[in-house]
Design a protein around this ligand. Structure first.
Ligand code: FMN
Length: 216
């Protein structure tokens, strides 16, 4: 319990100190090992039916970062950061239900019966590949993306999420099939310059309490 209370205070600092950094030390390299740890922490995020539809395409080769640069509209952070992580949503994430629920059954977290029911529901849900399915995948991947950025901050690194890139060109250039939907790029590295400050709307401008009280 006391450990959790302590971590809460640290977590408050992490969320307050995270800002989008756009200038990175190009000589600083985050190891594959640590990137893997970051990704592992990101995947502790929740997802609908625990389907974990996120896929990560990590670019840490300098020459490939140069290839990405024009695709990301010449945003400098793409080449200066240690790595750029493209978050992808797998529209065929149901292909891993047996692996996920099978492991849950084996670990004693789920009954075989629950596995069968959930699997049938998921297969039905994915069968039509509707806009609703894609939007739920985007929500899941957004949660993992946020978690990745906070995990990086907690380790002393900085990030910037990027939606400013040509998604079609990105997937074509890196040979990523249509099955995957580009969610965002996340540059991660050691800050060379502080982020510029940003503002937030007051909570009363973005919150309804129990009833809709008119336009916000
Ligand atoms: C989905 C998404 C896409 C973004 N795209 C870009 C981008 O292409 N380039 C950029 O410099 N910042 C981008 N940002 C960063 C936002 O500008 C930034 O999060 C916002 O201004 C708030 O600042 P803060 O992150 O420092 O709190 C993006 C953020 C999000 C969440």
């Amino acid at each position: 319990m006391s450990k959790l209370v302590h971590q809460e205070a640290v977590f408050a600092d992490v969320i307050r100190d995270r800002h989008s950094v756009r200038k990175y030390d190009p000589s600083f390299k985050i190891s594959r090992e640590e990137l893997t740890e970051l990704l592992t922490e990101a995947t502790l995020a929740p997802s609908g039916a625990n389907i974990q539809p996120w896929r990560f395409f990590v670019i840490d080769e300098p020459s490939l970062k140069q290839v990405l640069l024009p695709i990301a509209f010449n945003q400098e952070q793409v080449v200066q950061a240690s790595a750029v992580i493209a978050v992808l949503a797998d529209t065929q994430a149901d292909s891993k239900v047996d692996q996920i629920y099978g492991a849950a059954v084996e670990a004693g977290y789920m009954t075989e019966q629950a596995k069968e029911t959930l699997t049938a529901n998921i297969r039905r849900h994915y069968a039509d590949a509707s806009a609703e399915v894609v939007s739920s995948l985007m929500v899941d991947c957004g949660l993992a993306s946020m978690q990745l950025m906070l995990a990086a901050k907690a380790r002393g690194y900085d990030t910037v999420a990027m939606g400013g890139y040509n998604k079609q060109a990105f997937q074509e250039t890196f040979g990523i099939p249509d099955r995957y939907k580009s969610v965002m790029l996340i540059a991660v590295g050691k800050a060379a310059q502080q982020a510029h400050a940003t503002v937030r709307l007051p909570i009363e401008d973005v919150t309804f309490w129990n009833e809709y009280t008119g336009e916000k």
